[in-house]
Design a binder for this molecule. Sequence first.
Ligand code: ATP
Length: 434
Amino acid sequence: MASVTFEKATRIYPGTTRPAVDQVELTVNDGEFLVLVGPSGCGKTTTLRMLAGLEEVNEGRILIGDRDVTQVPPKDRDIAMVFQNYALYPHMTVAENMGFALKIAGVKKAERAERVLEAAKLLDLEPYLDRKPKALSGGQRQRVAMGRAIVRKPAVFLMDEPLSNLDAKLRVATRTQIASLQRRLGVTTVYVTHDQVEAMTMGDRVAVLKDGLLQQVDTPRALYERPANVFVAGFIGSPAMNLMTLKITGGVVKFGNINLKIDAAVLAKTKEKAITAGLRPEDLVITKNEGIEVEVDVIEELGADAFLYGSAVVDGEKIDVIARIGSVSSLRSGDKVFLKPQGGITHLFDVTTGLRLNNDAPATAKKAAATKPATAAAVSAAGAVSAVAAKPAAKKAVAKPAAKPAAKKVAAKPAAKAAVAKPAVAKPAAKKTK
Ligand code: ATP
């Protein structure tokens, strides 16, 4: 096993001028499950392929453990990759597919069979070892692709959207299995996804990328509670955070018919006359007549939770608003309610730079800075890694939700590294608690 370090790693594709991956500084700790997440085209796959040796590194370097692998061919990097397209050999059985890389590497037949069986047990694939891929379900094929990586006992697993060919229900089940399996095996893993719910539920830490620039690297909890900039604030969380621009007058902003005081320390950090305020749906409460008046568009009932989607006029601008409300609600489309933050405004950002202005040094990052290797410490302590060319504050609350909020988890340490005896796939991932 090994750590992975990107040192100012940059990729500029031939014929382009803007780096697809720009000076990425990131350390993945030994045994850690790190998820790279971001919107389409942000450079996730390129970053992973640079680590795999499939993409040239134009500046900077990449280390696996203490070894500089920047110029090392892929086959000598001690990594195993699981792709979105499982690319199983159709004419080979499950066992042959899983053992193929070992055969090429000259591993003896008996040892191959033993390692394939061990992985098959872990993945609940034992009954299918003699089947061909066409006689398997999508989920089983996905597990064969995982098995092919596991049998190699690599130092690092690289996974590029390995769940995207599965239907929604199977995705949820499989992500739990992969996270659980990774913790049992304790193999350092870099996992790429564009799905922030997947990122939040699977990763020990999550690295958020935008336009090739690393925005923030932190635990799911810290990303949710203290996004380093407006982009991360809008990207992480489902339904998305409400973001709005509020004018500052005499140290106070107007939130509908109430005034909210902005901390002097926050005001000292911005030269602007307005601020981007971020309120998660759960930060808002319905009041009798205080706060902003919201016209209900839709009430989304999710069983345990319900969300109100509506619109309001704030500082003369019409904005979309999302609030979590009690699951039993008589509200209907067209109704009017008042909403206000139940505490103060939880997230405050500079309207121009998009950088966080309040609580900008998360407790977790400080702790990480004290305990992690230099590069990771620099990343975590800084919160936002690169100066972010964040968009001007979004006037509208960001996108509509795709799924329920990410299950609240805190990075559990990888399970005992050697504990691979029991089948992992049947069990849900160790529940993470705050
Ligand atoms: P997605 O989620 O859509 O797969 P991604 O975050 O993985 O996106 P990359 O595939 O890493 O993004 O691409 C990053 C940027 O590099 C994009 O702007 C893309 O157009 C560009 N890019 C990728 N491959 C090449 C290439 N071979 N030549 C030129 N540009 C490329």
